[in-house]
Design a protein around this ligand. Structure first.
Ligand code: AMP
Ligand code: MG
Length: 308
């Protein structure tokens, strides 16, 4: 299929209130018109996602984001530095009708992002309005980072599917809130804490931070039990996802050279592939907290069932 045909079908599906499998640079999304509450309800059904967990509105550019959300100076600087790209900004909602109540879980704030993937950008430009696009997995499971995994997870719910190749980043966007003059990190992701602090200074912490409703549940989990920071010998029937030179079978390595960027891109694919072998467990070697390591360790802790 040529992209233009797929693009037309995807935009027609969005206009009709149907769902679309949409590639982004972070992970594959299951997309719907953010202003159409019926369409958004279909996403929650298809994913089995708790309704208190709000969705991210994806838009074509920063101007479209500011039509939805109220940005202060810090939000504008973050948008200018990291968009298009894997950063989501939560800010006070300006206009409730463009991103329906259900998509915002009834909050008076809204999460917005301008993705960088050319296919996602083409869809957003052609559609001309905000599109919610949570990861295309059923709720709680690892996010799909390639077309086949996305179709396996939620393909039957989608009226159109777009193949954009493997997701370059492989973990979800970083989520920051910019509310009441403070910036807080709600979800570590592809844009690192250091990158953000270099731009706007120290992030708010503790009681000065903000809360994110979607961060309360176990997430990203394969069927096999996940054991993280595995330093001791493998237990019977376990597969080891290694990290760095000499760490287990290279076929199962997150990154043979110990590169967090490569590990992020491989993380969800390897969790899925290991799970298909029906092992007694999936052990994961320690991944340092530097750079993308914070996002990787966050996803691994949740996959292992450690919440918070
Ligand atoms: P997902 O769509 O699965 O990538 O998740 C979106 C993330 O953004 C979840 O962790 C949500 O809880 C978070 N989020 C979306 N909207 C808001 C909001 N208004 N306030 C706080 N967190 C939000
Ligand atoms: Mg998700």
């Amino acid at each position: 299929m040529r992209l233009s045909e797929g693009l037309d079908a995807a935009v027609a599906a969005l206009r009709a209130g149907r769902l679309v499998i949409l590639p982004t640079e972070t992970v594959y999304g299951l997309a719907a018109d953010a202003g159409n509450a019926d369409a958004v309800a279909r996403i929650f059904e298809a994913k089995g996602r708790p309704r208190f967990n709000p969705l991210i509105a994806h838009v074509a550019d920063a101007g479209a984001a500011e039509a939805i959300a109220l940005f202060d100076d810090a939000a504008r600087r973050l948008a200018a530095a990291f968009w298009p790209g894997p950063l989501t900004i939560v800010a006070p909602v300006r206009s409730g009708d463009r991103v329906c109540d259900l998509a915002r879980a009834g909050l008076d704030s809204v999460a917005v992002r301008v993705p960088g993937h050319p296919v996602a950008r083409a869809v957003l430009q052609a559609f001309g309005g905000p599109v919610v696009a949570p990861s295309a997995n059923r709720s709680g499971r690892p996010s799909p980072t390639n077309f086949a995994d996305a179709v396996e997870e939620t393909g039957p719910s989608a009226a159109a599917v777009l193949d954009g190749g493997p997701s370059a980043v492989g973990v979800e966007s970083t989520v920051v809130s910019v509310l009441d003059g403070r910036v807080a990190l709600l979800r570590p992701g592809a844009v690192t804490r250091d990158q953000i602090e270099a731009l706007i200074g120290p992030l708010a912490t503790g009681e000065h931070g903000h809360r994110s409703p979607g961060r309360l549940t176990t997430h990203y989990a394969p069927d096999a039990p996940v054991r993280i920071d595995a330093l001791d010998a493998l237990r019977p029937g376990e597969i080891l996802l290694g990290f760095g030179p000499g760490s287990g079978d290279p076929r199962w390595s997150l990154s043979p050279t110990g590169d967090p960027r490569e590990a992020a891109a491989n993380l969800f694919r390897l969790l899925r592939e290991a799970d298909r072998e029906h092992p007694a467990g999936i052990a994961v070697a320690p991944v340092p907290m530097t750079g993308l390591g914070e996002a990787i360790n966050d996803r691994l802790r949740r996959a292992a069932g450690f919440v918070g």
